[in-house]
Design a protein around this ligand. Structure first.
Ligand code: GLA
Length: 392
């Protein structure tokens, strides 16, 4: 009797501390890695994931901090007679694949939906949450992207005219999987993908989200990428170690994005302390793409241990200035030009906390600018950025 009482007492203490451990040790800085969707969409298969893991190591991406190799939608097959999810023929042996990725010193991620079907109409986790979480853990997965998708139909069917009830259903669904993941005992980073609905940044962290999408899907165009990136103003207070706003995966190196546009993409994402999940072909990168993705000083802004997201300082026509506080009193400042041709951009140092002057470094140029006072003006190319690191 006494033993049972002690066990209960112990469990009461253990549950909240496990919950805490899950979010505080996972994603202490924004997750970095790669995801299959932007490049392969529905065509991803086992060999692509292996080749990506190989290339992540051989290209130097791993050394730069990229860690997760994430399989997105379309890996799922049928359930067996006991209801266990199985991979489809593109993925003959998930456990072996996870082992291969781990053997490279990397981690591996998987994708599902709280609905009966995923966005690409593959099998979702609805009614099988605990079972699926166990399967992912047994296979050796380290990360789950959980995409609302098919669950929207459940919400519409059960609460067609009751958005409050529908939102509660959504939260319950994310909580169900949180509990299922925790019950496996395996640390699995938990990525919410519900496009920012119902201000997810306010409630996602309490349901175990290590990251949550804040918008609809990105694509490899300057317009879509900047529409998403520059719409993140005001969200900085919701991010912190263990829990991050996710403006979607990187398109650096994809489509027709020009070098200045790729630098804008990367600069904006690091100022936002965004997860850095590359979405390009790592086995065939232009040196210029690799240089942008692996620039150590740029990545250091994203991964800064203070864990503060940056925010907009000012917006005047096509000119935007964003700043992110860094550990030790430094500040990263982005001078963005959304115009198509070059414009002079001026930042007033008092606007970014350096009324007394600063020491400046131009990060993409890898050059010390030296001491600056009052304000600083740079000619910023069309669709481009000048990224500064200021210190006292
Ligand atoms: C949604 C997500 C994408 C991707 C696809 C897969 O659109 O937002 O990131 O996962 O589903 O079907």
């Amino acid at each position: 009797m006494l033993n049972a009482f002690c066990a209960l007492l112990l469990a009461a203490f253990l549950v909240p501390s496990t919950l805490f451990a899950q979010t505080s040790t996972l994603a202490a800085t924004p997750p970095m890695g790669w995801n299959s969707w932007n490049l392969f969409a529905g065509k991803v298969e086992d060999k692509d994931v292996r080749a990506t893991a190989d290339a992540m190591v051989s290209s130097g991406m791993k050394d730069a901090g990229y860690l997760y190799v994430n399989i997105d939608d379309t890996w799922q097959g049928e359930r067996d007679a006991q209801g266990n999810i199985q991979a489809n023929s593109k993925f003959p042996d998930m456990k072996a694949l996870a082992g291969y990725v781990h053997s490279k010193g990397l981690k591996i991620g998987i994708y599902s939906s709280p609905g009966p079907k995923t966005c690409a109409k593959y099998e979702g986790s609805y009614g099988h949450e605990a079972q699926d979480a166990k399967t992912y853990a047994a296979w050796g997965f380290d990360y789950l992207k959980y995409d609302l998708c098919g669950f929207r139909q459940n919400m519409m069917a059960e609460a067609p005219n009751d958005p409050q009830k529908a939102n509660q259903m959504m939260k319950d669904a994310y909580e169900k999987m949180q509990k299922a993941l925790l019950a496996t005992g395996r640390p699995i980073a938990y990525s919410f993908c519900q496009y920012g609905w119902d201000a997810v940044w306010e409630w996602g962290p309490s349901l175990g989200a290590n990251l949550w999408r804040t918008t609809g899907d990105i694509n490899a165009t300057y317009d879509r990428m900047t529409l998403i990136g520059f719409s993140q103003a005001g969200l900085s207070k919701y991010a912190g170690p263990g829990h991050w706003n996710d403006p979607d995966m990187l398109e650096v190196g994809n489509g027709k994005l020009k070098p200045d546009e790729n630098r804008t993409h990367m600069s904006l994402w690091v100022l936002l302390a965004a997860p850095l999940l590359a979405g390009n072909d790592l086995s065939q990168m232009k040196p210029e793409t690799l240089a942008i993705l692996t620039n150590r000083e740029v990545i250091a802004i994203d991964q800064d241990p203070l864990g503060k997201q940056g925010d907009r300082v000012s917006e005047v026509g096509p000119i935007e200035i964003w700043a992110k506080p860094l550990k030790g009193g430094d500040t990263a400042v982005g001078l963005f030009n959304r115009n198509e041709s070059t414009l002079p951009v001026t930042v007033k140092l008092s606007d970014v906390g350096f009324a007394g002057g600063a020491k400046a470094r131009d990060i993409w140029q890898a050059k010390d600018v030296g001491k600056i006072q009052g304000s600083y003006t740079a000619n910023v190319p069309g669709h481009g950025v000048v990224l500064l690191r200021l210190s006292k």
